[in-house]
Design a binder for this molecule. Structure first.
Ligand SMILES: Cc1cc2nc3c(=O)[nH]c(=O)nc-3n(C[C@H](O)[C@H](O)[C@H](O)COP(=O)(O)O)c2cc1C
Length: 190
């Protein structure tokens, strides 16, 4: 099974990264093929709305999305992990998602869905916010739903942790690591 994961936090070893590592453990133990994209370290230009993908389903920008497009296409499972910034997904995460407009054109204009493999396609969203306001979860969820459906992932689960702010604070959360591991386990169940 191919697991493609996206880390949307710029903070190395921050709360999102800790959660993502935990969620990936069951897949590692099952020796699945894991790809981790640390979006903050990648060269990804925001969508320019040039319209090229409307005709071809392909993006003409030549940058690190070149690695991400085929990974998304071949994935059996996709994990999106992001901190909540200004009540939404981080810019790193959103920039990658916007560039999936090419997949949107492929699916909705060219009427071609990404074919699924023998395990189907499923997703997991994990978000961490420092405040205890759930509007950031709702906004992140709305964007993520649009992303997953665009890349032909019909089902996803969402795990959110609020009131987790300082670097490493997630380690003190009573259930977060266990929840992330359980979500990772459920994600790869067939
Ligand atoms: C630019 C910025 C904006 C933020 N906006 C929010 C917010 O709107 N809501 C919230 O709950 N936390 C917000 N936070 C706090 C982060 O979500 C929180 O610190 C989180 O634990 C960071 O995760 P990380 O360690 O993986 O980067 C913000 C932090 C930054 C740096």
């Amino acid at each position: 099974m191919k697991i493609v994961s996206f880390l949307g936090s710029p903070r190395p070893s921050g709360n999102t990264e800790v959660l993502l590592e935990e969620a990936l453990k069951p897949a590692e133990e099952a020796r699945h093929e894991i790809t981790l994209f640390k979006l903050n370290l990648m060269r990804i230009k925001p969508c320019q709305d040039c319209g090229s993908c409307e005709k071809t389903g392909k993006c003409i920008i030549d940058d690190d999305m070149n690695e991400i497009y085929p990974a998304i296409r071949e994935a059996d499972r996709i994990i999106l992990a992001s901190p909540i910034f200004f009540f939404a997904l981080s810019a790193q995460t959103k920039t990658m998602i916007d560039r999936c407009q090419a997949f949107w054109c492929e699916k909705y204009l060219m009427k071609q869905t990404i074919p699924e493999g023998p395990y189907g396609r499923k997703g997991l969203l994990m978000v961490v916010g420092g405040m205890k306001k759930d509007i950031g979860v709702h906004c992140s969820e709305a964007t993520t739903k649009a992303f997953f459906r665009t890349v032909s992932v019909p089902l996803h689960e969402t795990l959110s942790f609020l009131g987790v702010d300082a670097k490493g604070a997630i380690l003190e959360h009573p259930t977060a690591l266990r929840d992330a591991r359980e979500a990772g386990k459920k994600l790869i169940a067939v």
